[in-house]
Design a protein around this ligand. Structure first.
Ligand code: PLP
Length: 385
């Protein structure tokens, strides 16, 4: 089976992890700050906080902004559940904004309409909006940012797919249009630490809060303490935090992987452009790219033109799998999950997301993918549809 995504681990990556295993610190050592430095330099942000997953990063990002009971967070339905769950962890409510029919990202036009409608009807406005850069293509951050000023919400970019991508020539994660950006380092993503996440920000106060929250709310810094030190052993818990720390083994792997970030993203763009050309005559839609975006192509999503295909979406998907093509579907709209259905969401509210879910298939794209493997994918698709 040709997988839809796969990590690429070099001998240098392996050596970096082994060095940590032989060292004094398996966690809370020197590798985590070095990894954070490499991420913040790569994305041009002032601060980077490494944690054990992007899910954790989203959670402490929401907490640091003060999301809590009585607040509402808006995101897109076409994303991994973690983009919405983070609000629920904080006791807040979630709502969704339907997608743009071309980019499949949260529609900034529908966001604008939903905000105006909420304001006119005295409905709650969002405390935070979480745009998700689906497949690695940035959302229209200038427009979302302008709305955040007009309506007074904060922005957390879920850039789990988008490290190494650019928006208006600048790296995704520089937080020019947001308060915080979150990256995932799960093995299917662009760069991996096995499990891991990073939150970047230019706001020193948010950075300090996230730093506390990832480690129990405990500080050893005198400037953050509320009482005089009891002695050399002294530390204080000044907030209710969690244990979301990244280990030094993970950070060493990430630090080594980050050296190849640009190589990874360039290769993914090359694979994408070969697909764009080889699939152009088939009854499907290849990924549309806005002018302002350089995508990191975490995923390559095709949409079937079912009116011109004799098989159903499900049949095409299953035949691809039967032909050894490890396709997937990103994502099941969040409101279709039983947990969210019970919160009162229904599919009538999100027609573009429904349509997307009936047509989308993620086809294989990963760093070590060969031209021959790509040919097999194209041949199988051509034969099937
Ligand atoms: C993978 C992913 C996450 C969660 O990342 P983890 O590091 O596995 O917690 C969140 N949001 C999106 C869009 C993702 O793709």
């Amino acid at each position: 089976m040709i997988p839809y995504g796969r990590q690429d681990i070099s001998q240098e990556d392996i050596n970096a992890v082994i060095e940590v295993l032989k060292s004094d610190f398996l966690t809370q050592g020197p590798q985590v700050p070095l990894f954070e430095k490499s991420v913040k330099e790569a994305v041009n942000a002032k601060h980077a906080i490494a944690v054990n997953s992007a899910t954790s990063a989203l959670h402490i990002a929401c907490l640091s902004i003060g999301v809590g009971k009585g607040d509402v967070v808006w995101t897109t339905p076409i994303t991994f559940v973690a983009s919405a769950n983070c609000a629920l962890y904080c006791g807040a409510d979630v709502d969704f904004v339907d997608i743009d029919p071309n980019t499949y990202n949260m529609s900034s036009k529908l966001l604008s309409q939903k905000l105006a409608h909420a304001k006119q009807n005295n409905l709650p406005l969002p405390k935070v909006v979480i745009p998700v850069h689906l497949c690695g293509q940035s959302c229209e951050m200038d427009k979302i940012h302008a709305l955040s000023i007009e309506y007074g919400f904060a922005i957390i970019e879920d850039a789990s797919h988008a490290i190494g991508g650019k928006y208006k020539e600048n790296p995704v994660g520089n937080c020019q249009y947001s308060d915080i950006t979150v990256f995932s380092f799960h093995p299917v993503k662009i760069v991996t630490t096995a499990e891991g996440g990073v939150a970047t920000t230019n706001d020193a106060v948010l950075a300090k809060k996230m730093d506390l929250l990832r480690s129990h709310g405990i500080t050893r810094e005198e400037s953050l303490m509320e009482e005089p030190s009891h002695g050399g052993w002294y530390y204080e818990q000044v907030d209710l935090g969690l244990n979301y720390r990244m280990t030094d083994m993970q950070a060493a792997l990430g630090l080594s992987q980050m050296l190849r970030l640009h190589e990874f993203v360039a290769k993914r763009n090359k694979i994408a452009s070969v697909y764009d050309d080889s699939l152009s005559n088939l009854p499907l839609k290849t990924p549309f790219q806005i002018e302002d975006s350089y995508s990191s192509f975490h995923l390559y999503v095709i949409r079937l033109k079912l009116a011109n295909i004799s098989l159903s979406h499900k049949e095409v998907f299953e035949r691809l799998r039967a032909n050894g093509i490890g396709v997937n579907l990103h994502y099941i709209p969040i409101y279709l999950h039983p947990y969210y259905k019970k919160l009162g969401f229904s599919k009538e509210q999100f027609p573009e997301s429904n349509k997307y879910y009936q047509e989308a298939i993620s086809i294989p794209i990963f760093h070590a993918m060969t031209f021959d493997q790509q040919k097999l994918v194209v041949q199988a698709l051509t034969k099937i549809i």
